[in-house]
Design a protein. Structure first.
Length: 180
């Protein structure tokens, strides 16, 4: 089957460019959110999109990015995304907020300690319009003293300019839609 794909190297380059924007804005990290109906930011960085729960990508200004998923999505995420760092947080469960007995989760405090040992003072939020109340309250409770900053414009400019691979995918989608 002939498919049009974005190579892993392009995703890795996107993260590097995003990290440069994060540093330029004086942020220590950025949390990028997605839902099943608005998944573009997370997919742009990770090639993963939530189909049932919500998700995020935690991108430190320096270091490796981390895909954050809910309790029912870790296996799917591990097969869909190239990320080696995938963590489960209860804040990314589906909107009915079901209990998850017997499951273990990390917290935002654990996340920062594991991936940014020096800590953070300023955390950007991209996808701010779709950031849920459980996520917001979790951040405020677990990261007291960390300033949360709307940071959508650290990511959008990267998405405005399309690569040749993205253009090829768009051309292919156009051809398919013409057949319909």
């Amino acid at each position: 089957m002939n498919t049009t794909t974005i190579p892993q190297s392009e995703f890795e380059e996107r993260i590097k460019k995003f990290q440069a924007n994060i540093k330029q804005e004086g942020l220590d990290a950025c949390l990028v959110h997605a839902t099943e109906s608005d998944m573009a930011h997370v997919r742009y960085l990770s090639e993963y999109w939530p189909t049932f729960e919500t998700a995020a990508v935690f991108v430190p200004a320096e270091g490796e990015a981390v895909l954050l998923v809910g309790p029912e999505s870790d296996l799917y995420a591990s097969h869909r995304s190239f990320f080696k760092n995938i963590e489960k947080l209860i804040q990314y469960r589906e909107s009915a907020e079901p209990d998850a007995p017997g499951m273990s989760f990390i917290t935002y405090k654990d996340l920062v300690a594991k991936y940014v040992p020096k800590g953070i003072k300023k955390l950007g939020i991209a996808g701010s319009a779709i950031t849920s109340m459980p996520v917001y309250l979790g951040l405020k409770e677990q990261l007291p003293g960390v300033e949360l900053i709307k940071a959508d414009m650290t990511l959008w400019p990267l998405r405005f300019v399309k690569s040749e691979n993205e253009l090829n995918a768009m051309r292919k989608a156009f051809k398919i839609s013409e057949l319909a």
